[in-house]
Design a protein around this ligand. Sequence first.
Ligand code: ADP
Ligand code: MG
Length: 323
Amino acid sequence: MKSDNGSGMPALGAVPAPNEQPERTGTVVRGEKIEKTSYEASEEVQRWLRERDAERVGEKPPFTPTFLAHQRDRLWVLSSLERFYEEDLIADVLHVVQSGKEATVYCCAADPATGLEYLAAKVYRPRMFRGLKNDAVYRQSRAQLDADGHEVRNDRRWKAHQRSGRGQSERVVSWITYEFLTQQRLYEAGADVPRPLSHIGNGVLMEYVGDADGEAAPLLREVELPAEEAEPIFERIVRNVELFLACDRIHGDLSAYNILYQEGAIAVIDFAQALDPRYNPEVYPLLLRDVERICQHFARYGVDADAGAIAGEMWARYLAGEL
Ligand SMILES: Nc1ncnc2c1ncn2[C@@H]1O[C@H](COP(=O)(O)OP(=O)(O)O)[C@@H](O)[C@H]1O
Ligand SMILES: [Mg+2]
């Protein structure tokens, strides 16, 4: 194949056309004007650029989702999602599903390699790095994880490290890693949670719960269940709570706002506040609150359930090692 610059290489936009003067920069040295040819116009540089260009064949183009072009927090979001793109997990960012106080959830086009059509990317805000004063309760009752998800001993050195600036940002990593690992553990145990695919510093990538057009499933809070579905869905949620406990986890923020509903099926989401009871025996009130909120929601459908009895019985079996 012959290219118009006769080099056998693809013509580069930077090569001046015959009727154009190469761009020149003038510099004055000791009163004498020396004409310097622009760096890029030099034959050597041009050849080097052509070689680099040829090397790029087969490499992925840079990640520039059009949806993000006009978003205020474009750079932050890009830096979070780029890794998922490089790992051939996502191909594009399509729209915002929900923007909450701590995180924004994006609907992404999945990379064909995943065999899926859409993926949900939950990206935590930078604000998270400043608002960590209230997580003491949760810190106490979960194992601390380092960036790789390994448990870190709760010694003095670790506590001093936690107070340092680096510790602050690692705590966010640890929190997100924990959310991912919790979801992974529950998914593998067969719980109704979206399949988690990957996580990075401030983002979690998971199965998208929605329809074929990329419309996200509504929250349980937003739907009016058919009467005959209420009881079975309620029981299914309770069975999930029990399964979570069998996996040493309490959701910690369970309600109809953190359960998606689609065509008779549910998906429990948002494990950011999940707790491990082994690290704090005082967490029963949180389990009780999770169950109470579910019972309250289903009372409108006439489901008559005693939250205290359900949670109490579950907890007793957990402590007896019977779950
Ligand atoms: N896997 C998912 N598929 C579809 N929508 C999701 C998914 N995960 C989260 N969402 C949507 O994003 C919202 C926020 O996600 P959530 O994990 O609850 O974060 P937050 O901490 O902001 O409450 C949810 O209410 C739901 O509408
Ligand atoms: Mg939520």
